[in-house]
Design a protein around this ligand. Structure first.
Ligand code: FEO
Ligand code: CA
Ligand code: CA
Ligand code: CA
Length: 744
């Protein structure tokens, strides 16, 4: 779990599920709770479904048979869309070693570490904090996170089947500041007077956030994967990169800043967590915990704000010193390089300061990796929140395009975006122009999970009565709805979830999976448990420390009733737990020593093998194991049954919750990799042949005390370089020793 990762600001009265009984009575379309698994599975698959094969140059779609284990082949007669029978590797044991532990038969290469050079003539990273700040414009950033592999044709265009040459787009979510600078972070003062005294350090931090685009190649004979340091496609995008604002909120008064008085542009992107991609070969870098970077001292700024502005600022958590104190550098530059992170009202109008700076963050940023000179675009139609990522559904000619999105904070919501224009495969090579067509014009929905196992997508539109008449915040127009999507979601009665992280669409069934990484008893009480967030328990660490709430998380999944439907059926695929936990109410999925895990975060389906990969970003089970990567072969929504879970809180209160539980995974879930000390395992990408898997090892050693920067023996990790080296986030490339597909 990374530092300052959480900004939990949902104080709305929304239930985790609206009143259970009321909902059941009022909803004539509710799913009948069927006894036995077959009936429900059949119901979920009525009419079949379509599945995604991603990539530029047009997506292919397949119709999947109406059964839990489909056997149809795709329309080109290739790649059967069925799940493998078994995971053909031996599970790795849990590990606390400062190393990557990998399943037997596989090998790993460290491909791309913090500071690695991506332009000709740039020297190797010294990794002692002395590399010049500006050199990071052509070096790897920190905290590698979501990523995507785009195959590349010999002509430099996107080629969905190219496995030996491609562009890897990698997010750099955040930083471990102490390891970036020679002697850690230098500050003076305390409280709101605490400030940065070394502009060079802050500049370095500006550059190490953002995105890397690197050209990678695989040797056909040895399968060695390398990145090409001098590729003309290599690019860093960071907090200084000019960006266009696009879509309904662009050019509105809410976006006016001193940097862009017409509200059409902003500078940079930050806290790019998970990601997405489009069928026209562009990348989506999603802005997650951006709010914390802004400085806004409430005592100074609140008196200058309207009541409505204060509601919006509170809902997004824009308050405080700014997590890295970026706004505190003096003197500032002529173009407000540092002061732009101060979101207080300081000038006469919005065009004189950065009071609206936070409105220009919290979006999905579209980047064309094949055009290194292109200006990224922030797609405002997809809404503004703590974007984890944006995961495309099936791509089907003549049908709208769909992306699923999570807002990563405790008690936040799950969203989906549906393009207004139907997909035309002729747009497959149109880059950002295709983005203008499909990502600037669409409908934004938020999910409600009903207690009866059905769900509903609720439209976030200014013409919806619940939004237009919302008392807590008077929406002015659709731009206001999109900028304050969390408030709009409150208004329509979305379901608060146990912290949505990654989502993914199953190529076999078309079901959508989303990790709910965890929640705690402070922010989600026993009384707030509901069918979709059904557990409240005590996970006791080996040292006796209690962890109450849902510290181990779960994975929800749903099946849309039609591709762009507003109704769905859901169940809970998997519950995180210690294998030793109460098998009835906590270890509900029957996890064993081979597959027990906590705090699922990354989630991704291989379109080559149809394996579901699950990554953890955990702080609960870390007394026993470092974070990990697991492989899974899920069934389908409804393959388990109805279950009643009995929860208890710290004072002994009990509450029973009825939920819908997927079939226990057994050996169809196995631990594949365990990472080094204090890392998070995140980011998944694969070559189209399924034979090279890219994984990110984020922030090893992040809990090292900053005071110990001068004593390497006290660093908690030295991965990947070993010896006394400072730890570095890195992308690794995994291949099977016999060069076969990963996981099979
Ligand atoms: Fe950046 Fe949602 O983890
Ligand atoms: Ca992290
Ligand atoms: Ca994450
Ligand atoms: Ca996480």
């Amino acid at each position: 779990m990374s530092r300052q990762e959480d900004l939990d600001t949902n104080r709305s009265n929304n239930a985790h599920i609206d009143d259970v009984i009321q909902a059941q009575l009022a909803d004539p379309g509710r799913r009948t709770v069927l006894k036995g698994t077959g009936a429900w599975a059949a119901l979920s698959f009525l009419g079949g479904s379509t599945a995604l094969v991603a990539g530029c140059g047009g997506g292919r779609e397949q119709t999947v048979a109406a059964e839990a284990t489909p056997t149809a082949v795709d329309i080109e007669g290739r790649r059967p869309q069925r799940r493998p029978d078994a995971l053909r590797f031996s599970a790795v044991a849990k590990s606390l070693a400062d190393d990557v532990v990998l399943a037997d038969g596989y090998s790993l290469q460290v491909l791309y570490r913090l500071g690695d050079p991506i332009a000709a003539g740039v020297g190797a990273y010294r990794n002692d904090g002395t590399d010049a700040a500006a050199s990071f414009a052509v070096r790897a950033g920190d905290h590698h996170d979501g990523m995507h592999y785009f195959g590349m044709l010999p002509n430099g265009k996107c080629g969905k089947n190219e496995s030996d040459r491609g562009l890897l787009c990698i997010n750099h979510e955040a930083i471990t500041p102490m390891f970036l600078h020679a002697n850690g972070v230098t500050t003076e003062g305390s409280g709101t007077a605490q400030h940065r005294t070394a502009a060079e350090e802050v500049l370095r931090e500006f550059y190490v956030h953002g995105v890397s685009i690197i050209e990678v190649g695989r040797d056909k004979r040895t399968f060695e994967v390398t990145y090409r340091q001098d590729s003309p496609f290599n690019r860093r995008i960071h907090t200084l990169t000019p960006m266009k604002l696009s879509g309904p909120a662009a050019g509105t008064p809410y976006m006016v800043t001193k940097y862009s008085p017409d509200g059409t542009r902003t500078r940079g992107t930050v806290n790019n967590c998970a990601n997405g991609y489009t069928p026209w070969g562009t990348y989506l870098a999603c802005e997650e915990n951006w709010a914390g970077y802004f400085r806004r001292i409430a005592a100074i700024d609140n008196p200058k704000r309207t009541p409505k502005e204060l509601v919006a600022l509170a809902r997004y958590g824009v308050a405080g010193n700014g997590r890295e104190l970026w706004a505190t550098v003096t003197p500032d530059t002529a173009d407000d390089l540092y002061g732009r992170w101060n979101a207080e009202v300081r000038g006469a109008t919005a065009a004189d300061d950065y009071r609206n700076g936070p409105n220009t963050y919290g979006w999905n940023v579209e980047i064309d990796p094949f055009d290194p000179d292109s200006t990224p675009k922030k797609r405002t139609a997809m809404g503004r929140f703590a974007h984890e990522g944006a995961w495309p559904a099936k791509v089907e000619a003549g049908k709208p395009l769909v992306w699923y999105m999570g807002c990563d904070a405790r008690n936040e919501y799950i969203y989906k975006y549906v393009s207004n224009r139907p997909w035309n495969p002729a747009d497959a090579n149109d880059g950002l122009a295709a983005g203008d067509k499909y990502l600037d014009d669409g409908k934004l929905y938020v999910a409600r999970f009903n207690a009866d196992g059905t769900g509903q997508w609720l439209l976030l539109d200014i013409d919806e009565p619940a939004i237009r008449n919302y008392v807590a915040y008077a929406f002015a127009d659709q731009a206001d709805v999109l900028i304050n999507a969390r408030l709009a979601a409150d208004a329509v009665g979305a379901t608060k979830m146990d912290r949505p992280e990654w989502g993914a669409v199953d190529p076999v069934t078309g079901a959508v999976y989303m990790t709910l990484t965890n929640n705690n008893a402070t922010l989600r009480s026993l009384a707030a448990t509901d069918a979709a967030n059904p557990r409240h328990y005590n996970d006791v660490r080996t040292n006796g420390v209690n962890q109450r709430g849902n510290p181990n998380g779960h994975i929800v999944r749903w099946q849309e009733r039609s591709p762009d439907a507003t109704r769905f059926d859901w169940d809970i695929y998997l519950f995180g737990a210690r294998s030793t936990a109460d098998a009835v109410n906590v270890n509900v999925s029957g996890l064993t020593a081979d597959n027990d895990f906590s705090s699922p975060d990354g989630l991704w389906f291989s379109t080559a093998t149809n394996i579901c990969w699950i990554q953890t970003d955990d702080g609960a089970y870390t007394d026993v194991t470092n974070c990990m990567l697991l492989a899974a072969l899920p069934g389908a929504v409804g393959d388990g049954g109805v279950k009643t879970i009995t929860n208890t809180d710290a004072t002994g209160n009990a509450r029973q919750v009825q939920t819908f539980v997927g079939a226990q995974p057994g050996a169809r879930l196995k631990r594949f990799l365990v990472g080094p000390v204090e890392c998070e395992i995140t980011g998944l990408a694969e070559t189209p042949d399924g034979k090279t898997l890219f994984v990110n090892i984020q922030h090893p050693g992040e809990d090292t005390a900053p005071a110990n920067i001068s004593n390497p023996t006290l660093y908690s990790s030295h991965w990947p370089d070993g010896g006394p080296a400072r730890p570095r986030s890195a992308t690794v490339a995994i291949t099977r020793k016999d060069k076969g597909p990963i996981g099979l």
